[in-house]
Design a protein around this ligand. Structure first.
Ligand code: UDP
Ligand code: MG
Length: 210
């Protein structure tokens, strides 16, 4: 729970956002499914701004914020950080950016994330990109990517897979029931996957790979 001023600020950010009416695409998929890699390609070709919820949380830890230790502990355990924290970071990043097209990568991770974002931001995603990849392939990628992440060790990776299956897949099912999911097989080489992604962002070909 925030103070009255914090709550008022949040409402102000929310309504400022609704006025800006940005176009939002959620990019979901298990850890190591290729979200970050493909988002970089989409940014380059289609002029979106890439907001990785995980990167925003890691930046928050680095900035020495009062939530830093809590966030760090949750990431180490592969747990989902309280919605309030993540939603605020995302809304701030959107409000501060001049662009009106955003890829939100790695969020919403559970039903509560989804409901909180829609309630506070007052925005629904244009569509949801879902990178579908077998667990064995994702595990291989995570263990070999060497980005110095504290959560890329086998123990945390297994916990992240479990959280993805139990908490994040239901979000994808929710959007699927609203016909908003564009599912892509991301076990293929990067260029091939991007070929499919590209078609989805090219006007007139929206249904090419759904
Ligand atoms: N995380 C979270 N909420 C989010 C996004 C990330 O709590 O909305 C935390 C969670 O602990 C997750 C970690 O940050 O396991 C890393 O997320 P990231 O999206 O960077 O990992 P990826 O799935 O891309 O490997
Ligand atoms: Mg990522």
């Amino acid at each position: 729970m925030g103070t009255i001023i914090e709550d008022a600020n949040k409402e102000a950010t929310g309504s400022a956002l609704a006025q800006k009416n940005p176009k939002i695409v959620f990019v979901l998929g298990g850890p190591g499914s290729g979200k970050g890699t493909q988002c970089a390609n989409i940014v380059e070709h289609f002029g979106y701004t890439h907001l990785s919820a995980g990167d925003l949380l890691r930046a928050e830890i680095k900035s020495g914020s009062e939530n830093g230790t809590m966030i760090q502990n949750m990431i180490k355990e592969g747990k989902i950080v309280p919605s309030e924290v993540t939603v605020n970071l995302l809304l701030k990043a959107i409000a501060e950016n001049e662009n009106d097209k955003f890829l939100i990568d790695g969020f919403p991770r559970n039903e509560e994330n989804r409901a909180a974002f829609e309630a506070v931001a007052g925005i629904e995603p244009e569509f949801v990109l879902y990178f579908d990849c077998p667990v064995e392939e994702m595990e291989k990628r995570l263990l070999s990517r060497n980005q110095g992440r504290e959560d890329d060790n086998i123990d945390t990776i297994r916990k992240r897979f479990k959280v993805f299956l139990e908490s994040s897949l239901p979000v994808i099912e929710y959007y699927s029931s609203k016909d908003k999911v564009r599912k892509i097989d991301s076990a293929k080489p990067v260029g091939e996957v991007f070929g499919t992604v590209k078609a989805l962002f090219t006007p007139g070909q929206q249904t090419a790979a759904s």
